[in-house]
Structures are given as C-alpha cells and as structure tokens.
Design a protein around this ligand. Structure first.
Ligand code: ADP
Length: 383
C-alpha cells in the first residue's frame, strides 16, 4: 500500500529528517530538557561526551551530567529562573564543568536556548567539550616554563664558562704579580715587610680560591648533558612559533613559513626551540619601529642535513659586529646581554650542527642553523 502524505505531513517529515541529521552529525552534544530538568532528547555526540546511552539518559534529571555542588543546586537554579526570570546562563553561554558516567569531570562550553511546546517549557543545551583545547593550552604553558628554565640554565652555564675563560687570564696575572710583590717586599724593612707578606699571602690565597671556584663551575657546566630524541622538524618549528605567539612576541610583524617535508633530526627539542626563539626574538628586535616587518622561517634539506633559516628585513648586522657576533657579552642593544647567540651556537654545535649569520640580500639578516637529519628507516618515503 502506498503511504500518501499531505503537504503538511510532508514538511513535518522533512523537518524531522533534518533535525535527526543535525543531531547525528554535529560534533557538539545537544540535549533537550523539560521544565523539570528531565532529559527529553540526548544526541549521539552527548552519548560520546558523557558516556551514557540515550536510553539511560532519557527521563533522568539533567543534574546527573554535573559534578557536585552544581548537581545539587540545579533544581534550585531552575526554580529561581522560573519565578524571577533572572538569566544566569540561558542565552549567554558559559564555561562550566560536566560529569561523565564514569564520574570523571571535564571542562565544557554550555549554551542554553529556551523554547515552548504546547505551553510547556523546553531548554536546549549545546555542549562543546573543551578537554582538548585546555590540554593544548596547558601543554603550551608547560612548554613555555620548560623553555624558560632551560634558557635560564644554559644562559647561566654559558655565562659561567665564559666567565671562567675571561677571568682565568687576569687571575693568573694577579697571582704572578702578587708573587713578585712578595719577593720585593721581602727585601724591605723587616717588620712592615712581615705584615705585607702576610696580607699579600692572604690575598694570593683568595685569588687562587676564586680561580678554583670558577674552575669547578666550569667543570660542572661542561657536564651539562643534552637529551636527544628523534624530533619532527616541522612540528618543532610550529611549536616554537606558537610559543613566540603565546608570549605576544610578534607585535605587528608578518610571519611567513616555508617549511617543507624535511623529516626528523636527532635533537634536544627544547634546546633547539630555545635557539629558534632567540633567533626569532633577535629578528623581531631588528625590525622594531619599521613600517614593514616580515619574519620568514624556512626549513630545507641540504644533503644529509636539515637547514633551518630565520630571516628578517631589519637593520641588518652592524659591520663592527660581524666578526664578534657569536662572542658572549657582545651586544649593540641598550639592555642586551649579548649571550643569546653565543648560547645558540654552543647548543647547535653540541648537536653536531652549525649556526651561521648572513646578510639578507634584500636587507636584514639571515641566521641559518643545520642539524644532522635522521635517516628514514626502510627507505620508503611514502610509508
Ligand atoms: P643580545 O640580543 O642580548 O644583544 P645576542 O647574542 O642574541 O644578544 O645578539 C648579539 C648582537 O648580535 C645583537 O646585539 C645585535 O647587534 C646582533 N644581532 C643579532 N641578531 C640580529 C639580527 N637579526 N639582525 C641584526 N643584528 C642582529
């Protein structure tokens, strides 16, 4: 028998089909409750988010999807809304907590709409699960903290080893000068000479002690192990750029990325990201105040090396800096420390790579670092 439908039934069916289609496709959970809070409709995404089957959820109070204390207070909220019309969430939307069937709690964004059907109230809740988003934000914050920590440590290490290097020469000179003074004083008035000898002796011991402290510090920093693992270059660069963005480094600079599929390197990811962040910061500082600021980051294969370039169109490397760019404590900036590039080079070289600076033909500077590429196992690039 042919089922004949009138136009009204036809459009009703069509609307139902659309609604079902929407409910089944949309990634956010959609839940309908009545004026008492009883669940009337529970979409497939709601089943996935909360872990209840539709059949279990229908008819139960919406508070089963909330952790305490909200679950206990929900009825009261609804009463208050019905009697006062005061809106806390309806039509506003808010970040709240949800509770899954297994008791676990997750962050979600809840929007609530209100409707009426045959004189009865209905509320539609749309729920966007924020778990992934918050995890990413948390990971970014953690990464930033790790980077800061590494930056502080390798900054200190580099400074200590340059200090050791710089101070050892004058310390040696002071020691031999003091020895000479002691010899000279030995021939003068016996009592004054005695006191002077003691003082000079003490001074000399202090100088040697300072030298010893520095030597130990240097030994300590030289042992700083790096933890290498196989790191995907594109991801490592993306994260470094995300970190620079997260700390609002870019200001008005445009960022161009030209990172092909260059595979992986064996590296301490956090340390190389610190190098990238340093290079990015220098590039941005070189363009400060310019009307056009473009930062370009490229990665390409050079034989069995991966080359990452950080390019700017800033004022370029000052001629007097060229020979001493990578020496510690050399800076052209008022508040610069001049240790950034020295640390960067130490890090890159400890990875078996190189860090060099070039003039950008169009104006500005290009810093290139190379790292040994990890050979792909099996040799099948499409695997
Ligand atoms: P700092 O940034 O504290 O000065 P760095 O070691 O990172 O320390 O840099 C040393 C110097 O190298 C800077 O003071 C600057 O003169 C020069 N320099 C670094 N990067 C650039 C760049 N992208 N463009 C021009 N000059 C640069």
């Amino acid at each position: 028998m042919v089922d004949k439908l009138g136009p009204a039934q036809d459009s009703l069916r069509a609307r139902e089909a659309w609604l079902r289609c929407i409910l089944e496709t949309v990634a956010d959970a959609i839940i309908v409750i009545d004026g008492t809070g009883a669940i009337q409709s529970f979409s497939p995404a709601a089943e996935r988010q909360f872990g209840y089957a539709q059949s279990e959820a229908l008819g139960r109070n919406i508070s089963i999807l909330m952790p305490p204390p909200y679950s206990e207070q929900h009825d009261k909220y609804m009463h208050r809304y019905h009697s006062t019309g005061e809106r806390r969430i309806i039509g506003i939307g808010r970040e709240v907590l949800g509770r899954r069937k297994d008791g676990s709690i997750f962050p979600m964004y809840l929007s609530v709409g209100e409707g009426h059907l045959d004189g009865a109230r209905l509320y539609v809740g749309i729920i966007h699960d924020l778990t992934g988003q918050q995890a990413t934000e948390r990971r970014l914050r953690e990464l930033q903290e790790e980077l800061l920590q590494v930056s502080r440590m390798s900054g200190m290490g580099q400074m200590a080893s340059s200090l050791a290097h710089e101070l050892n020469q004058p310390l040696t000179a002071i020691t031999s000068l003091l020895q000479a003074a002691r010899r000279m004083l030995a021939s003068a008035d016996p009592s004054a000479a005695g006191r002077a000898r003691d003082t000079v002796e003490k001074a000399s011991q202090q100088v040697l002690r300072a030298g010893e402290i520095i030597r130990r510090l240097r030994e300590f920093t030289a042992r700083g192990e790096i933890e290498k693992s196989v790191v995907a270059v594109d991801q490592m660069i993306d994260e470094a750029v995300a970190l620079a963005r997260a700390s609002n480094r870019f200001g008005q600079a445009q960022v161009h990325m030209d990172v092909g599929s260059v595979g992986a390197v064996l590296a301490d990811k956090i340390q190389i990201q610190q190098v990238l962040l340093n290079l990015i910061r220098n590039a941005l500082e070189s363009m400060e105040g310019l009307a056009r600021q473009v930062l370009t980051i490229r990665a390409a294969l050079k034989d069995d090396l991966v080359e990452i370039a950080v390019e700017d169109i800033g004022h370029g490397i000052a001629p007097e800096m060229k020979a001493r760019l990578f020496e510690p404590f050399i800076t052209t900036k008022d508040r610069g420390m001049g240790v950034g590039l020295a640390i960067c080079r130490t890090i890159v070289e400890s990875h078996g790579g190189r860090l060099i600076a070039d003039d950008n033909p169009g104006g500005g500077a290009i810093f290139r670092l190379t790292l040994p590429r990890v050979a792909e196992e099996g040799g099948d690039d499409h695997a």
